[in-house]
Ligand binder design. Structure first.
Ligand SMILES: Cc1ncc(C[n+]2csc(CCOP(=O)(O)OP(=O)(O)O)c2C)c(N)n1
Ligand code: SF4
Ligand SMILES: [Mg+2]
Length: 296
């Protein structure tokens, strides 16, 4: 199913005047989530930028029911909400909207547990690649070499591929998405809503202050991640693993833009040597090779 951006629903579920920074990628993603699921959703939000920028009820900037929950509990709370919906005969989706820190680190046991129970939950992890709300600390999802306030000379460890981990665990639907491709994200949310059981969407969401780039360039940075092959759009739909456009093009390394185009635009990578950039390029290729094994 393909459709134009102007064919997406017009109603706004994220209201103006919220406290997000200019150019916040996470808020672009949340707007799309509202368009796709806004009428039938309870959002479960662990501590994060999302829980802060929404403001206080009754003047919250999120026009959807929101349950703000402790850090590690989001997936477990969502299981409870979805079971309550079933018991009461309520039509609706329990949707977790969580950052990378609470998902890949502190809350991962609950996430993996919900996947094991196959709880009827849509879990969206918006990935700004650090603990942004508390001052840009590195998370398990921060990419190697990136500056954060706790990795002043660059992170030394690899980024966790949490989506692939959950696909391997056997969750019925797992996908990656990117805020520069809202139609793709919208379609994936709609698809997730059709499938019973545990669904996980890993959304790439740049953060201008945390990644140190001009807030006007959020969508450009997000698009460059796909065009350089750093971010791969794929979905695993009940056993079928496939790439999604435009990542289908970038499987061919020769078609990718040079990685430097992505690196040079972000201050968090300003300290990298050319050798380190070449090294990351090889790691990007290694990730493609890993994904390719699932496509065979
Ligand atoms: C158990 C616990 N530890 C630490 C905190 C402090 N805290 C609140 S938000 C946050 C950062 C969350 O990072 P992430 O999940 O990536 O979301 P982001 O802020 O990037 O949106 C932290 C560490 C907390 N609220 N609870
Ligand atoms: S710190 Fe980053 S993720 Fe948090 S509100 Fe600002 S731009 Fe958004
Ligand atoms: Mg984060």
């Amino acid at each position: 199913m393909t459709f134009r951006l102007d064919q997406l629903p017009k109603k706004k579920y994220v209201l103006p005047g919220n406290a997000a920074c200019a150019g916040c990628g996470m808020m672009i993603g949340l707007r799309v989530l509202g368009m796709a699921l806004g009428e039938e959703v309870v959002l479960i939000v662990p501590a994060s930028c999302s829980s802060v920028v929404q403001g206080l009820a009754p003047k919250s900037s999120i026009a959807m029911p929101v349950l703000n929950v402790p850090f590690a509990s989001a997936a477990a709370v969502a299981t409870g909400i979805s079971e309550a919906f079933k018991a009461l005969g309520v039509r609706g989706h329990a949707v977790v909207w969580a950052g990378d820190g609470s998902t890949v680190d502190i809350g991962f046991a609950a996430v993996s547990g919900a996947a094991e129970r196959n709880s009827d939950v849509i879990y969206v992890m918006y990935d700004n690649e650090a603990y942004m709300n508390t001052g840009i600390q590195r998370s398990g999802s921060t990419p190697k070499y990136a500056w954060t306030s706790t990795t002043p000379v660059g992170k030394r460890e690899q980024k966790k591929d949490v989506a692939l981990m959950l696909a391997v665990q056997g969750a019925p639907y797992v996908a990656t998405a990117n805020i520069a491709y809202p139609q793709d994200f919208y379609r994936k949310l709609k698809r997730a809503a059709e499938i019973p059981g545990f669904k996980f969407i890993h959304l790439y969401a740049p953060c201008p202050p945390g990644w140190r780039f001009d807030p006007a360039k959020t969508v450009e940075v997000a698009r460059l991640a796909v065009e350089t092959g750093v971010w791969i759009l794929w979905e695993y739909d009940r056993g079928a693993f496939r790439l999604n456009p435009p990542s289908t093009i970038y499987r061919d390394r020769a078609k990718r833009r040079p990685l430097a185009d992505y690196i040079k635009i972000q201050g968090r990578f300003a300290h990298l040597s050319d050798e380190e950039v070449r090294f990351i390029e090889e790691e990007v290729e290694a990730k493609w090779q890993r994904i390719a094994k699932f496509l065979e």
